[in-house]
Design a protein around this ligand. Sequence first.
Ligand SMILES: [Zn+2]
Ligand SMILES: [Zn+2]
Length: 312
Amino acid sequence: MSVKQSLASWIASENLESEDSIAERRVDWIRILPFIGLHLACLGVFLVGVSWVAVAVFVASYLVRMFAITAFYHRYFAHKTFRVSRPVQFAFALLGASATQRGPLWWAAHHRHHHKVSDRADDPHSPRHGFWWSHMGWFLSRAHFATDYRQIPDLARFPELRWLDRYDLAIPVLYAASLFGLGVLLERWAPGLGTNGWQILVWGYFLSTVVLIHVTLTINSLAHVWGKRRFETTDDSRNNALLAVLTLGEGWHNNHHHFPGSARQGFYWWEIDISYYVLWMFERIGLVRDLKSVPPAMLQARRIDRRIDRHS
Ligand SMILES: [Zn+2]
Ligand SMILES: [Zn+2]
């Protein structure tokens, strides 16, 4: 990829051919300048200070977008564990895109590939290829820049989703600008809150997004090395309660690799899965339908924990 192509990729993620060779696994520094800038902008917190409303916006911005990533980018787009109407599909694709983790097609394509070859040589982000590679090296390299349309023929049918995937930076920019506007309005209409446009931008977008991105990425890195294994899957996936709380349910990653077709990743009542509770409520009000669950036989199949019990 040339310097010109790297720069152009900031604006439109054209489906540039990337060869999966050793050279393509190097970090593409020019293309990822916006990603580096995202982290540096967090230092702005020393200039803008803090207020209760800024912290509230930080938390809300994290939770709403984490839900869009786990419930929609992951459980809907990548795994089709429930059904939605086309407008709802697009609305949550937009919300997911504001999380600044590329478009839904790119995300789902890489994730489906991960499930097919998890922790084997072809896995885009196995910790067996290095912990930092699994956390962020993989998507900062050229090898994983393009969207592999062969993984997502069902999603690529929708022109609005292809558009989102191509202009994946537009939505985060719009989202950040809206938060800045919110801060400006709050400063004018409620000066007692002690906030302003720059403060809401830094807390609600930059800090919130960086935390959101890295917590999401722990599922590719930490959730394949840290935690307990209940099921004998062909990969190293783990169940981790702390990651499950932080990611709104994604930490039950060994459950998920055992049966990816379930909208629910916490298989038991004590396995907290906030995204699933919200999806369950969405089903009640008709926003989503046909939430798929785990067949009882799958709960018993390939158990590691019970086998250990029997032998001890
Ligand atoms: Zn995994
Ligand atoms: Zn998955």
